[in-house]
Design a protein around this ligand. Structure first.
Ligand SMILES: *Cc1c(COP(=O)(O)O)cnc(C)c1O
Length: 232
């Protein structure tokens, strides 16, 4: 009668990041097939990331090149089949580093960057998958190609620069209902023949899945709250 095993009802208070990831992954499998969860590990240390890698997850996202360059070369040595996604803005002068480190870039948002990426990929002999970020809310302060220019931009990147544009990404304005933004991006993705859709974060991924998300980007839902939002 002196069992010291932890009580089952305490589990909810002490779930680990990999348990939360497994639960989300079971829940979304019911909603749709083929949705990739990008575990957004920005601000979290390698010590927090390793348990998720050892549980078998292999798709991760970072929003800053510098931070990713500090953590991921070592982690990729231990887990070489990891897919690393850049989900944050990319400065042209970091293109070389980004091409060397990442497998997919979600934030192509201007022609100058497209040219730099094309040069770097040629130089390094790598061909990354690239998504074009679309400013669906047409916000002045937000980066991204405007919805009207998306199709032409995608075509220029493919035809003139040989980039492997595989999809589109958007970050809806914070105050907006997300559905119309996701719907617009889905329509543009069909027009551009760029089938991957990077939409949905911790607060709205179930909605994103209704609009055909192929990649959802989850930070806090997996890792818990971040200490601070890093500046770019
Ligand atoms: C941080 C970040 C996310 C993850 O945000 P959560 O709300 O923590 O899931 C997704 N996308 C981008 C571009 C981010 O910078």
């Amino acid at each position: 009668m002196t069992e010291t095993r932890p009580q089952d009802d305490q589990e909810n208070d002490s779930t680990t990041a990999s348990e939360r990831l497994m639960k989300i992954s079971r829940d979304i499998a019911v909603l749709s097939e083929g949705v990739n969860i990008i575990a957004v590990s920005k601000t979290f240390s390698s010590e927090s990331i390793i348990p998720i890698l050892s549980a078998g997850h292999r798709i991760f996202g970072e929003n800053r090149v510098q931070e990713a360059a500090e953590k991921w070369p070592d982690l990729k040595k231990s887990y070489p089949d990891t897919e690393l996604h850049l989900i944050g803005p990319l400065q042209s002068n970091k293109a070389a580093q980004a091409v060397a480190l990442f497998d997919m870039i979600h934030s192509l948002d201007r022609i100058k960057l497209a040219r730099r990426l094309a040069e770097e990929m040629k130089r390094q002999g790598r061909r990354l998958k690239i998504l074009v970020q679309v400013n669906t809310g047409e916000e002045d302060q937000k980066s991204g190609i405007s919805p009207e220019e998306a199709a032409e931009f995608v075509s220029t990147c493919r035809v003139e620069l040989g980039l492997n544009i595989v999809g589109l990404m958007c970050l809806p304005p914070q105050q907006d209902v997300v559905g119309p933004h996701f719907a617009l991006l889905q329509k543009l993705s069909q027009q551009c023949d760029a089938p991957l859709l990077s939409i949905g974060m911790s607060g709205d991924y179930e909605e994103a899945i209704k609009f055909g998300a192929t990649h959802i980007r989850l930070g806090t839902a997996i890792f818990g709250p971040r200490a601070s939002i890093p500046a770019h």
